[in-house]
Design a protein around this ligand. Sequence first.
Ligand code: AMP
Length: 415
Amino acid sequence: MRVLLVGGGGREHALALGLADDPSVEALIAAPGNPGIAALAEVRDVDANDPSAVAALAVEVAADLVVIGPEAPLVAGVADAVRAKGIAAFGPSAEAARLEGSKTFAKEIMTAAGVPTARAHTCTDAESTARALDEFGAPYVVKNDGLAAGKGVVVTEDRDAALAHAQECGRVVVEEYLAGPEVSLFVVTDGEAALPLLPAQDFKRVGDGDSGPNTGGMGAYAPLPWAPPGLVDEVMRDVVHPTLAEMRRRGTPFAGLLYVGLALTAGGPRVIEFNARFGDPETQVVLALLETPLAGLLHAAATGTLAAHPPLRWRDGAAVTVVVAADGYPASPRTGDVITGADRAGIIHAGTRRAADGALLSAGGRVLCGTATGPDLAAARDAAYALVRDVELAGSHHRTDIAAAAVEGRIAVPD
Ligand code: AMP
């Protein structure tokens, strides 16, 4: 099949690796792609957020399947525009992508579906925000209601900082703090049938020991040696299937990738958030372990035939990815610096571009990540850090504790 991959970050480079590896893929085209993806696919220029431009490109390249990576094109209706041309699209409709596009909508669906999540209030002014903060108490959790590239959430003990973030955002969701280790579970679905991928954990805070501000994600690993047995079955039963059923009941079935972000609290798993697409950087580790051909799986979800898809197969061992971020990330990343040591297997490009002379330059906050597998988590971790050590980028920084607590058996689910 001919596959058009939309997007140009680390997640899309990981998707490109999986798609290029699938023997059923005869041509892989990526738009806009990045220098890492360019080694695997024909790269085309497109405004990924313009539904008619992406649909026209899908027709032009005779795509049999369009895989849409990032959230913004989904919320803009790119999947709808592609499907309107009679081409299969992996990714939810704009209506269904509201599960990610609006935190208030996601809460509404969870309430209607009886999905366990944090209690929350949507607030639009200082007075109602202050009331909600005082109702739930510290630590305070304030979320921008719209898309914010993973950076619209403030979790703080500082009530004034919580109020200031709310004022900056305008419309926010204030919610109770959920204590417990976090899990990212990706579920491939055609709206009815649903296949969970391996649970992973990512690292949202910029600094070691979960210090500093939230980011798009600084690293990830899978699988989770500390996850309770039965976790995935429980989440499928209590979260995923009720959510999919509620979306069908509303006439806006969710087909694509449902990302369930969970906290494993003393009261059981609680949903922190839904996303409408693969998470970045968890995709890098989850797909590194997936043995089942990726294009066939995504095509089945895009064409409503997932119930007939064979069970997923996974490689033994573990995978770890470590993000290298630009100087100043996340507040104000510096771009345009030369990167060396990145042309190696396992380096996944996120925010890079090629200069006219062929030099690799930084072009975003999260620049690249070192992704490695190994027979166990400790070995995968060592291999990922070995990759990162050889990358040179002035002023760059990375966390040194990705997967460390899991390797050392220091993660416990509260009971
Ligand atoms: P979100 O964009 O909703 O995933 O939030 C980003 C990060 O903020 C999450 O990965 C959590 O680490 C943290 N967070 C969000 N909501 C909560 C909550 N209710 N309780 C504790 N931490 C939260």
